[in-house]
Design a protein around this ligand. Structure first.
Ligand code: ADP
Ligand code: MG
Length: 484
C-alpha cells in the first residue's frame, strides 16, 4: 500500500469502457436465439460459425436499443453510422474478425451527471460478442491439457459505452458504473448483471503528477465482476503505477487482468493500438441511415430514468438517501411505484419498504417478487394505518405474515382482533388501572420525573397488546396523572 502522502502527489485519471449485452431475442447478425445457459454450441447457425459465403443481416432491435441507450446517455445519434471489421484471431471468434463500429458509431458526445459531476461519454457502438473458452483446469477439466469452445455467445449483441477520461477516483468510477447499470436496466436493454457478465467493464487507469495537464500512460484492467471488485482493482492499480514511477520506471500500455482472490492485477498482453486491428468498412453491411423520425419515436417511448425517479421520490418527501436506495433496487422501485399509483401515503410506504420489507428480503436473499406481498395489499395496510384502524406498530407486526402467505391486512386484523382501540372511555379505564397499580411511579412523576410517561405508555400498550391509539393514550395519561 502506498501511503496517503505519496498518493497526494499524484492525480488519477480513469476512463471506463463498458460492454452491455443487449436483451434482444436473437443475435445481432444471425437468427440464432440470444440466450444464456443453453446446451453448448446449439445456438450456432452457419452465420454464427462464420461459414464461407454467409452474409450478416442486421437485427433492427439492436439499433432500437442502441438509440434508446444513447438518448438516455444524452448522446447525439448521427444521421448515419456504419459497421467495420476489427481483425484479430481468437479460437472463440470463428470469422477471424469482429463486426464492430469504428469511426462512425451509433451514439456520440454524451454525458452523465453523477453526484454533481459531469462524466463525458465519448461514444457508444454496436458490436458482436465472441464465444466462450473453457480452459483446462476449470470445473470438471482439472488436469486436462485442452480447452473447449462454446460458440453460443458468439454474435450476441453488445453496446460498448466508452467514457471520457473524466473520473478522478475509484469512487467516481464506481458511481458512474452503478448509474450506467441502473440506466440500462430501467430502460430494459440489458439486465446489468456483472457477476454473470451481461455487463462488463474495462477500466483504463493512469496517473500523473498533481497539477500536470499531460495524462500518463494507461493500463487497461479487465475481468472485474462486481462494483466492489472494480473499486479494489483501481485502488490496486493506482498503487502499482505510483510504485513504478517512484522507482524511476515507466508504466507500459498493456491489458492487465484483475484477480479478485489474490487482489492484484497481472499482465495479460500488450495493448494493441487501433491500427493493429486493421479496421476497414464491413463490405457485407450497408451504412445505416437513421432518420430523425426514428430517433424521435424512440425518444417519445423513453421510460422514466433513474435520475428522474430519484427526483420524483424526493419531491414526494423522501430523503435523498432513501430515494437512491430504492432506485438502486429496481424490483423495489417498481413495486413502490405501483403502491403509489394505488394512492398510498408515500412516507408510510417507504418506511415499510426500507424497514421490515427490506430486512425480510435481505435475510432470505430474495426479491420482492419472490414474496406473496402485492402492491394492493401493502396499499390496503397503509390505508388501515391512515384511518387509525390499526397502529403503525401493529402494521409492522403483520407485514411479515403478509410477505409470507399473502394474506390481506384487513383479514389478519379481523381474525386476530388487532384493530386499534380509539374509544376514549375504554382507554381511560385501562390507563386508570395502570396508574392505580403503580403508585410509586406516579409519585416520582409528580416530583418531576416526567420521562416516566414512557413507562406508563408502555404499560398501557402491554395491557392492550399494542392496540391502543398512542396519541390518545398520551393525552389521557397526562390528564389523569396530572389531575391526581
Ligand atoms: P481501446 O479500445 O484501445 O481501449 P478506446 O478509445 O475504446 O480504446 O478506450 C479508451 C478508454 O481509455 C476511454 O474510456 C478513455 O477515456 C480512456 N483513456 C484514454 N486515455 C487515458 C489515460 N491516459 N488514462 C486513463 N484513461 C484513459
Ligand atoms: Mg479498451
Amino acid at each position: 500500500m502506498v501511503d496517503q502522502e505519496l498518493r497526494d502527489k499524484y492525480e488519477v485519471v480513469i476512463g471506463l469502457e463498458v460492454h452491455a449485452q443487449l436483451k434482444t431475442k436473437s443475435k445481432i447478425f444471425a437468427p440464432d436465439k440470444n440466450e444464456f445457459g443453453q446446451e453448448p454450441n446449439t445456438l450456432t447457425s452457419p452465420i454464427t460459425l462464420g461459414m464461407p459465403g454467409v452474409l450478416p443481416v442486421l437485427n433492427k432491435e439492436c439499433v432500437n436499443m442502441g438509440i434508446l441507450t444513447g438518448l438516455a446517455l444524452n448522446c447525439e445519434i448521427p444521421a448515419r453510422c456504419k459497421f467495420d471489421r476489427k481483425q484479430y484471431f481468437y479460437p472463440d471468434l470463428p470469422k477471424g474478425y469482429q463486426i464492430s463500429q469504428y469511426d462512425e458509431p451509433i451514439c456520440v458526445n454524451g454525458y452523465l451527471d453523477i453526484k454533481g459531476k459531469r462524466i463525458g461519454i465519448t461514444r457508444a457502438h454496436l458490436e458482436e460478442d465472441a464465444g466462450k473458452l473453457v480452459h483446462a483446469g476449470a470445473d470438471g477439466l482439472a488436469g486436462s491439457s485442452y480447452s473447449l469452445v462454446d460458440l453460443n455467445r458468439a454474435g450476441t449483441p453488445l453496446l460498448e459505452i466508452v467514457s471520457e477520461p473524466d473520473m478522478r477516483s475509484s469512487e467516481e468510477a464506481r458511481n458512474y458504473m452503478e448509474e450506467l447499470r441502473n440506466i440500462v436496466r430501467y430502460i430494459g436493454v440489458c439486465d446489468g448483471n456483472l457477476e454473470e457478465g451481461s455487463m462488463r467493464c474495462d477500466a483504463n487507469i493512469s496517473i500523473m503528477p498533481k497539477g500536470s495537464k499531460e495524462f500518463g500512460t494507461r493500463a487497461e484492467i479487465k475481468n472485474v465482476n462486481s462494483f466492489s471488485a472494480l473499486q479494489r482493482a483501481i485502488e490496486y492499480e493506482i498503487d502499482r503505477q505510483i510504485d513504478i514511477v517512484e522507482e524511476g520506471g515507466q508504466v507500459v500500455q498493456e491489458t492487465r487482468l484483475w484477480d479478485d482472490n489474490s487482489r492484484e492485477t497481472r499482465s495479460m498482453r500488450g495493448k494493441e493500438d487501433a491500427h493493429d486491428y486493421r479496421y476497414f468498412p464491413e463490405p457485407d453491411l450497408m451504412p445505416l441511415e437513421i432518420s430523425r423520425e426514428w430517433v424521435e419515436k424512440i425518444r417519445s417511448e423513453m421510460p422514466e430514468l433513474p435520475s428522474q425517479k430519484r427526483a420524483r421520490y424526493q419531491s414526494l418527501g423522501l430523503s435523498e438517501y432513501d430515494a437512491s436506495v430504492i432506485v438502486e433496487q429496481m424490483g423495489l422501485a417498481l413495486f413502490f411505484d405501483k403502491v403509489l399509483e394505488l394512492g398510498a401515503n408515500p412516507k408510510i410506504a417507504v418506511n415499510f419498504i426500507m424497514g421490515e420489507i427490506a430486512a425480510y428480503l435481505k435475510e432470505d436473499h430474495i426479491e420482492i417478487t419472490d414474496t406473496k406481498l402485492t402492491p394492493e395489499n401493502l396499499a390496503e395496510l397503509i390505508s388501515l394505518i391512515e384511518k387509525n384502524t390499526i397502529s403503525n406498530n401493529i402494521g409492522k407486526q403483520i407485514i411479515i405474515d403478509m410477505l409470507k402467505d399473502g394474506t390481506k391486512a384487513s383479514v389478519i386484523v379481523e381474525q386476530k382482533g388487532l384493530s386499534q382501540i380509539t374509544d376514549e372511555g375504554a382507554i381511560k379505564e385501562i390507563v386508570q388501572k395502570v396508574v392505580d397499580a403503580n403508585p410509586a411511579q406516579v409519585e416520582a412523576y409528580k416530583n418531576g420525573k416526567t420521562n416516566l410517561l414512557g413507562f406508563f405508555v408502555g404499560q398501557v400498550m402491554k395491557e392492550t397488546k399494542g392496540r391502543a391509539n398512542p396519541k390518545a393514550v398520551n393525552e389521557i395519561l397526562k390528564s389523569i396523572i396530572e389531575g391526581l
